[in-house]
Design a protein around this ligand. Structure first.
Ligand code: NOJ
Length: 593
């Protein structure tokens, strides 16, 4: 999309008002709604995990010049915004989410001059750039923390959350997201500090106005450099209750009910909005681990401080009774119910994602590796025809799958390694082998293996030793092959991007769920004024014949399908004039008159 198109002025177009009685399961529809046009609503976002994208200096680690080298590829795919995971100075205890200098680029990724060249080159192509904002915590190697732990009198001491502890030990029973307690005792100052993640990631003290000031200045500094927005890491966790109550020990993340959406979160985010965000035409998307549809408006509703948020409901559907530790079979009706709730009951704009650098690959999770191409294109159709802004994670457009990790030594993921080690230390398990299948399925390293560019050594990612192994399927699944094959996952993504660009109803149209209880078919319409699209998705490895209420196949015009061109697929199938027959993982988008 050319830059002038990005600048689409906000224009109000009234298509009526929204029903206050949207029903959850039936997809009770919004009879009509006001269309508030904005560039980031019409955009497709592509997420780059720089460490694994493209290495130009042969050290086995992706870098910023490597991203620049691939901008034609992003252009070809048709993306409008790029989000890059942290490339800041960091000891890399949590892959860069442990920042030691917010205003410097880690030498492994390049220089600030490289970064400036990246921004300029993206903007020349009309692609915007959003950066990761990680301000719940810093690295313990950040200057502030190094000072803070020198003594209680140090001017930076109160930049972090300290507590003398209780007679029994740590101040609360809160746990770290990466296993074990969330408090670490510091011998020098004789107090505990809070770390909701790794012990090398101390939590910042947002109660301290100087901390907030430092963060707003830093954000402004990046905006003045020309960035177009921020993805905000665990932004709902900034405020902690100062009386430090214990958490419910049965929760997987003990204490989340206290520090998720804590007492002053609204105040902090609206201050951030007024002090910084409001001054720029930017996009903000908050990662909110604790937020459900009922409290989403406070973050990203029409009057909320942020534009969008990443909730976790669909990516925890397969969590069993013991959360991360147990895998549960999800079924299609409940999957529909989650998405329908967010489509119809959230007043804000949805950030649509199926995976990212913290989740497994989608073919291996929501699709079917035995039907890799079809299930990858079905999931693509789903993502790009929902109401919201789609986020595509690198390699998703190739149909990449999970990696067959075999040992703990192969893993770098601080969460998987931390969880397994804490469980071994606590005698919950004896060794890694006991949980190998689970970890294989869950680990965040599944999406962090190198991007597969070609069938050459290391999938063309590096001439050195890749920091994580390349998926063994790279000779079959890579950019070079995908680009050359008209029926590839990659080319199907391109078709979908073009379809969405041409059909406003796929961006702004109302979503209405059909067949809520069907176990195999996910069907919905998207309606804007007099235009209506019907999406039919067969989430099954077998053929499924279905009758769609009020729709006669002969009145439906196929716009796009993952089994071939419209000419190959007449409106009626198998001679049934009142029903549709969909093949394994078949996806179709129709226009209805
Ligand atoms: C969420 C990030 O996406 C994840 O990768 C990171 O480990 C944690 N937040 C801590 O920053």
């Amino acid at each position: 999309m050319a830059d002038d198109q990005h600048q689409t002025p906000t224009e109000q177009q009234t298509a009526g008002h929204r029903s206050p009685h949207a029903e959850e399961h039936t997809g009770g529809q919004q009879s009509s709604m006001a269309v508030d046009r904005t560039w980031w609503k019409e955009a497709i976002v592509y997420q780059i995990y720089p460490r694994s994208f493209n290495d130009t200096d042969g050290d086995g680690i992706g870098d910023i010049p490597g991203i620049i080298e691939k901008l034609d590829y992003l252009d070809e795919l048709g993306v409008d915004i790029v989000w890059i995971n942290p490339v800041y100075e960091s000891p890399l205890a949590d892959a860069g989410y442990d920042i030691s200098d917010y205003r410097a680029i880690h030498p492994q990724y390049g220089t600030m001059a490289d970064w400036e060249r990246l921004l300029e080159s993206l903007h020349e192509r009309g692609i915007r750039l959003i950066m990761d904002l990680v301000v719940n915590h810093t690295s313990d190697e950040h200057f502030w923390f190094r000072q803070a732990r020198k003594s209680c009198d140090n001017e930076y001491h109160d930049y972090y959350i300290w507590h003398p502890g209780t007679e029994e030990g740590p101040p609360t029973n809160w746990t770290s997201a990466f296993g074990g307690p969330a408090w670490e005792y510091d011998e020098v100052v004789g107090k505990y500090y809070l770390h909701l993640f790794d012990e090398k990631q101390p939590d910042l003290n947002w109660e301290n106005p100087e901390v907030r000031e430092e963060i707003y200045e830093m954000m402004t500094w990046w905006f003045e450099k020309g960035i177009d927005g921020f993805r905000m890491d665990v932004i709902d966790l900034l405020s902690k209750p100062r009386d430090f109550p214990d958490g419910d020990p049965s929760q997987e993340w003990v204490g989340i009910e206290h520090f998720g959406g804590g007492p002053r979160i609204d105040e902090y985010l609206s201050e951030m909005h007024d002090r910084v965000l409001d001054k720029y035409d930017c996009l903000t998307v908050g990662e909110t681990v604790s937020v459900g549809v009922d409290d989403a408006d406070q973050y990203a509703g029409p009057a909320g401080p942020l534009d969008m948020l990443f909730h976790f409901e669909h990516v925890t559907l397969d969590y069993g009774k013991q959360g991360w530790w147990t895998v549960r079979d999800w079924d299609l009706p409940e999957f529909k119910s989650v998405f329908t709730r967010w489509q119809n009951q959230f007043d804000g704009w949805n950030a649509l994602y199926l995976t990212n650098h913290d989740q497994p690959r989608i073919v291996s999770r929501f699709g079917d590796e035995a039907h890799r191409r079809k299930s990858a294109t079905l999931l693509a159709t789903f993502l790009l025809t929902l109401r919201g802004t789609p986020f595509i994670y690198q390699g998703q457009e190739l149909g990449m799958t999970n990696y067959p990790f075999d040992s703990l030594a192969e893993l770098h993921d601080a969460q998987a390694v931390g969880n397994v080690q804490s469980a071994i230390e606590a005698d919950v398990i004896e060794n890694f082998e006991e949980v190998r299948d689970l970890v294989r399925y869950r680990t965040r390293d599944n999406t962090r293996t190198p991007m597969q560019w070609s069938g050459e050594a290391n999938a063309g990612f590096t001439t050195g030793d890749p920091w994580l192994p390349v998926n063994p399927d790279y000779e079959k699944v890579n950019v070079e092959r995908e680009r050359a094959d008209p029926d590839s996952v990659f080319n199907f993504y391109r078709d979908l991007v073009a379809l969405r660009d041409e059909h406003d109803e796929l961006v702004y149209g109302e979503y209405h769920l059909l067949l809520p209880d069907h176990e195999r078919i996910y069907a919905y319409t998207r309606t804007l004024e007099d235009r209506c699209a019907l999406v039919l998705l067969n989430f099954a490895a077998g053929k499924t014949t279905v009758t769609v209420p009020d729709v006669t196949p002969s009145a439906a015009e196929l716009l796009l399908g993952n089994y071939g061109t419209p000419a190959d697929l007449p409106g009626t199938q198998c001679g049934h004039h009142d029903s549709f027959t969909l093949r394994p993982y078949e996806a179709r988008v129709y226009r209805l008159d």
